[in-house]
Design a protein around this ligand. Structure first.
Ligand code: GLN
Length: 202
């Protein structure tokens, strides 16, 4: 059975685990390099990216995490997790993992819309729209040529700003599917995990 590791230093990893269990996969909390051994997929949850990076440094997790993503283990970051995966995150006093060719700006939706909800049209998930919960979310400022935009938020000054992106086996959402009852984003990630697993002959 598939095992998905969730980075469990801080943030809403328990909500991800609950959703994954509903989808009948094993979960493992990742707090050390050893915990990464043998996982089929990795989730970096929502939380506070500065705290994540601080703890990743203290627990010597930067290089092991980067190596796992580089090795092709499918990885998904939600909100703070997106920030940690990005190539560049303005206003973050730590290095990122640089695993996803996007540039983000932390907390850049501005005070008026610091937290908001929006129904997102996501072709990869079909109908109905996915209810996006945004909590002090990062804004994606630019995406590299190899990055597919899975969803954008429309309306207002944020028109067409990407909120879900995928580059090969690395995915990121600036919103929190783990805080909804809608399992479709988690199921989509598990499809990526299963495809990656079969392509290396597991
Ligand atoms: N604003 C947070 C940060 O900079 C992210 C918020 C979230 O994960 N909900 O890390």
């Amino acid at each position: 059975m598939i095992t998905i590791g969730t980075l469990a230093l801080q943030g809403d990893f328990a909500e991800h685990e609950a959703m994954l269990r509903r989808l009948n996969v094993n979960t493992r909390q990742v707090r050390s390099a050893n915990d990464l051994t043998g996982i089929d997929g990795l989730i970096l949850p929502g939380g506070e990216s500065t705290t994540f990076c601080n703890l990743m440094q203290n627990f010597d997790l930067y290089e092991p995490l980067a190596a796992v993503v580089r090795s092709g283990v499918p990885t998904w970051g939600t909100c703070a997790g997106m920030i940690v995966l990005a190539r560049h995150a303005g206003d973050l006093e730590f290095p990122t993992l640089g695993a996803l060719d996007i540039e983000v700006s932390r907390n850049a939706y501005g005070r008026q819309v610091e937290s908001f909800e929006a129904d997102l049209s996501v072709a990869a998930l079909g109908e109905p729209p996915f209810h996006g919960i945004f909590i002090r979310a990062p804004v994606v400022l630019s995406v590299g040529p190899g990055v597919n935009v899975l969803a954008t938020v429309t309306g207002g000054s944020l028109r067409d700003s990407p909120v879900a992106v995928r580059q090969d086996t690395v995915m990121a959402t600036s919103f929190h599917p783990e805080l909804t009852n809608d399992e479709r984003f988690h199921a989509y990630f598990l499809d990526i995990v299963r495809e990656a697993g079969s392509s290396v002959g597991k």
